[in-house]
Design a protein. Structure first.
Length: 546
């Protein structure tokens, strides 16, 4: 049996920074594995956006009717996890290991519960994978229905704490997690004490009967594991036998496919010359196989050309002869080889297609500028800056985002976004595996790139800059998906962050190791910007003006 575990801790204003420094790994954590990357499930991952600012901005959205006490509770930290056997049922004591599918399912159910139960009052949630057992730190600003800061309204007394746990455990039931005995007198720990237990991969809440049940379950799992190992061994032996048979079959097929020219000549009734290499004699004269190669180049493979010459026949008749002499597989090989040679001849003779950027309509630029600044709330100075660089303009009907090669910067494609429908599509002639919409910010032009932020669309990349501001180090902002990632280029960059939706993030995460997930709180730049305080937003505008 696997158990769902939920703990909470009330934070005063001066305690928020210390908690955030730990969960964001802004300070050294001895028991954390630095090779593992944690995931930001809720909230943007930007160094200049502090947890304290997010909490205060959320409180400031609604005027408080009374002054908040100096020792008041500004934020509540949730610690959400499960007993180790849920994440690694075959080896619950192997700290740091987890099954990816179970982790993904658990993380998504937790994220949905946080949104459904508390909405945008969850200002940040961090999934920790660098310790013994996966767990989530989530931060809730306890605002009631009227927007007033009232922690007691949610977590005052045993009954309200029990309602919080009931809600969480009910949400975890669909994925097979159970709760402990309701109303149990077992000792409970606060987050600081319980965190050590999670870190060590233990669960000290189980009573004697539960421990016995867990021991019996482990014995059953051990027996099942042994059975699976024996089955796997038998399957491996069977697979080895099949591979040997497959190799033998391949060798036979290759012999049929190759059609050695000497074999074809012999089948045609010809004999090799004893004095001149490459020359063969038959009833209709002699053939020099080596010298005839260039003359026969338009009718490859050479064996087919030889058949056509010696038998004085056309291509279909030569194929029929091959079928009669060598069988169906040889015909297949001959036809494929002929078609391939014809295709290569066409490809080498035709001019290479070149991308032609959409023609700019300068009269329509004000419409595009209004669309980006009003529909997506992008700062006007940000939009103008990219327009002046020629990366964003209007083609008369759409917003054109110019795509360029990473090394040379040459334009080789464009993404077009329709203003009326917001649909995005690729311009005609775009080389999708050789061009990307990208730009650099932070540091100096000559600095080495220290970080890359991968986004799914140009607007998302610009929105991220609008929310997070200009980075302190040289940063690449790149629009790409799992089908056209410049993997070799990205491998040279120390830190990579992906701001994708769930499925896309998983696909990219499998291709690029050691990435950090950025998940914007609302998935919409407009709400992210609105959640910042007026002064913070004004400061970002001033950065662009400078």
């Amino acid at each position: 049996m696997s158990y769902a575990i939920a703990r909470l801790s009330k934070l005063k204003l001066h305690q928020i920074g210390g908690s955030a420094a730990h969960t964001s790994r802004d300070r050294e954590t001895p028991n954390a594995d630095s090779d593992q990357q944690n995931i930001r499930l809720i909230g943007i991952d930007a160094p200049d956006v502090k947890l304290e600012d997010l909490v205060m901005a959320k409180i400031a959205e609604q005027p408080q009717r009374r002054k908040i006490r100096s020792d008041g509770i500004y934020c509540v930290e949730f610690l959400l996890t499960a007993s180790p056997e849920y994440f690694r049922p075959q080896c619950p004591t192997q700290a740091g290991y987890y099954e990816q599918e179970r982790l993904d399912q658990w993380a998504e159910v937790n994220r949905q519960w946080l949104f459904q139960e508390y909405g945008d009052r969850i200002v940040r949630a961090e999934l920790h994978l660098d310790e013994a057992t996966p767990h989530i730190h989530a931060y809730f600003v306890p605002l009631d229905e009227e927007g007033q800061l009232r922690c007691n309204h949610f977590f005052n007394g045993r009954e309200k704490i029990q309602r919080f746990q009931d809600s969480y455990f009910n949400a975890m039931l669909p994925i097979g997690l159970e709760r402990g005995i309701k109303g149990s007198r077992a000792q409970h720990y606060d987050i600081k004490s319980f965190y050590r237990i999670v870190e060590e991969g233990l669960n000290s809440e189980l009573n004697l009967d539960q421990l016995k049940a867990k021991a019996a379950e482990r014995d059953q799992l051990a027996q099942r594991k042994q059975e699976l190992e024996l089955t796997a061994k038998a399957l491996a032996q069977h697979l080895e036998k099949l591979e040997a048979e497959n190799l033998q079959w391949k060798q036979q097929v290759e012999q049929l496919h190759d059609l050695p020219i000497e074999t074809v000549a012999w089948r045609l009734g010809m004999e090799p010359s004893r004095s001149i290499r490459g020359r063969w004699y038959g009833y209709n004269g002699e053939v020099d196989l080596e010298q005839s190669g260039s003359a026969m180049a338009k009718h490859p493979p050479l064996a087919i050309a030889l058949i056509m010459q010696v038998n004085d026949c056309n291509y279909p008749q030569a194929i029929a002869w091959v079928h009669d002499e060598f069988g169906e597989l040889a015909v297949e090989r001959a036809v494929i080889a002929y078609a391939k040679s014809q295709a290569l001849e066409i490809a080498n003779s035709e001019p290479r297609p070149r991308f032609i950027p959409p023609v700019e309509d300068k009269n329509r630029w004000p419409v595009v500028q209004d669309y980006l600044t009003q529909e997506y709330l992008l700062p006007i100075h940000l939009v103008q800056n990219f327009h002046e660089q020629g990366l964003i303009y209007s083609d008369g009907q759409n917003v054109t985002f110019l795509m360029r090669q990473l090394e040379s910067g040459d334009p080789t494609g464009a993404l077009l976004q329709q203003i009326d429908t917001n649909n995005t599509f690729v311009a005609k002639g775009t080389k999708r595996t050789e061009s990307w919409f990208h730009f650099y910010l932070g540091g100096k032009r000559e600095d080495e790139i220290q970080k890359a932020i991968l986004c799914q669309s140009p607007v998302e990349a610009l929105s991220y800059v609008a929310v997070a501001g200009i980075p302190s180090v040289r940063t690449l902002y790149l629009v790409a998906d799992d089908k056209n990632l410049p993997i070799d280029f990205l491998k040279t960059i120390p830190k990579i962050q992906i701001a994708y939706a769930n499925d896309a993030a998983k696909a990219v995460g499998k291709i690029l190791s050691k990435t950090t997930r950025i998940k914007q709180q609302a998935g919409d730049s407009r709400k992210e910007i609105q959640e910042l305080t007026r002064s913070s937003y004004q400061r970002k505008q001033e950065e662009w003006e400078r």
